[in-house]
Ligand binder design. Structure first.
Ligand code: FAD
Length: 395
């Protein structure tokens, strides 16, 4: 009979780890595997707050996909997916069509703006290599513009919407970068303002309150002003309007307030919640026994019945089970149930500072910053072994 075709959409955390596992597990001629991704590189999303702020080179946050997979075992197609047609078992790409027997959807998330007017149009997002190059250049340009129009201090006001992990990690880096930019452009540092605005009653909702307080202290000492329990009502080309009635003028609004699933999932007729598919315990879309969904496109419920937050960590763990289940399905053996095993969480607060929970242990400061490095290096090792650790790991 014909060799089954597996198509993997997206080479993010979920997609690339699935591909790497499949190429190890599958025997010769057991399946044809095709990996599709918009770019010819995989990006390490969890590093993007650094190149966005300009504290690191974007090159350190990306890896050529052909360095990670074996082209003799996996076909790589660089193209943008435009439509998924589950009924016909086809995906439509910008250039061409692919048929599949098994599909893995790992296309990542899109910003959730909760219908707040103007965010889509005027706010920037930390999402990809291209978006962070833009943010870095944009920030530098504001300093250059201020030197030509010294009354426009709003050019030196930076607004970050959302104090979740991404928002917190980004303001930490930005606060480190500001003194360098002030020196470079001869700008008085006291004119620069960084606001982190969050609608929820606390920063890092759901995280240990003692660590949240520590994080806010570190960031406030670096010059970040928090506005917690304060909703952004509207984003305009001139800045933001807050629910309190206050207006903050700024030409830089970076939105990190939420993530939803890829819009193509809804369009394909899958049942979605905030653009995500609530997968069954084998990680398949309900009613589709040949469609696996990973990472930010999926929802996995905790035993307490709450969705786990979308992270790189859960995406990678899903990828391991997804690859095993694909192999199982092809060989006709029993499928495994996915069970998330949280390994801990560490959030960076800029140079040498972080907070985290590892097991049941709280860590902060330099120890947590070292832990963050370890987590980063471990990921490089998982996808690219020692050579990648040496090439992209910054020691
Ligand atoms: P992604 O990693 O987002 O990958 C999706 C892939 O699909 C990309 O390669 C993209 O180019 C491709 N793609 C998208 N659309 C198309 C298309 N139409 N056609 C073809 N290809 C397409 N999580 C943690 O666990 N720990 C952290 O410390 C952490 N820090 C973070 C810091 C920042 C600044 C950000 C933004 C996120 C952070 N996260 C962290 C969250 C984590 O990055 C995401 O949950 C994770 O990347 C989701 O993985 P994924 O496999 O679903 O998709």
């Amino acid at each position: 009979s014909r060799i089954p075709r597996i198509v993997i959409l997206g080479a993010g955390y979920g997609g690339i780890v699935t591909a790497i596992r499949l190429q190890k597990e599958l025997n010769y001629n057991e399946a044809d595997v095709t990996l599709v991704n918009k770019h010819d590189y995989h990006y390490i999303t969890t590093h993007l707050h650094m190149p966005a702020a300009g504290t690191d080179n974007p090159e350190n946050a990306r890896v050529n996909i052909l360095k990670l997979i074996d082209e003799f075992k996996i076909d790589f197609v660089k193209s943008t997916v435009v439509q998924i047609r589950p009924q016909e078992k086809k995906v439509i790409l910008e250039e061409g069509t692919l048929s599949y027997d098994y599909l893995v959807i790992g296309l990542g998330g899109e910003p959730e703006t909760f219908g707040i007017p103007g965010l889509k149009e005027y706010a920037l997002g930390i999402r990809s290599i291209n978006s962070v190059r833009f943010i870095r250049e944009h920030i530098e340009y504001q300093f250059a513009k201020f030197k030509r129009e010294p009354n426009r201090t709003d050019y030196l006001t930076f607004i970050v919407g959302g104090a979740g992990f991404t928002g917190i990690e980004f303001v930490g880096e930005l606060a480190d970068r500001i003194p360098e930019l002030c020196k470079e452009f001869d700008v008085d540092p006291s004119l620069v303002k960084i606001y982190n605005i969050e609608a929820a009653p606390t920063a890092l909702p759901g995280f240990d309150p003692e660590l949240v307080e520590y994080a806010m202290n570190v960031l406030q000492n670096k010059g970040v002003t928090f506005k917690i329990a304060t909703a952004i009502k509207e984003c305009t080309p001139e800045g933001v309007l807050l629910a309190t009635g206050e207006e903050i003028k700024s030409s830089t609004v970076i939105w990190t307030g939420g993530i939803r699933g890829n819009h193509m999932l809804e369009e394909a007729g899958f049942e979605t919640m905030r653009g995500r598919i609530k997968v069954d315990e084998t990680l398949r879309a309900p009613g589709h026994d040949n469609v696996y969904v990973l990472g930010d496109c999926s929802i996995v419920m905790s035993p307490e019945g709450r969705p786990y937050p979308p992270t790189a960590q859960i995406s990678m763990q899903q990828a391991e089970i997804c690859a095993q289940n694909l192999v199982g399905q092809i060989r006709g053996s029993e499928l495994k149930a996915f069970e998330y095993k949280p390994k801990g969480t560490v959030a960076s607060l800029g140079r040498g500072e972080a907070i985290g929970i590892v097991g049941s242990k709280k860590i902060k400061g330099g120890t947590a910053a070292i832990m963050k490095k370890v987590v980063d290096l471990r990921y490089l090792y998982i996808i690219g072994g020692i050579p990648l650790v040496l090439k992209k790991g910054r020691f």
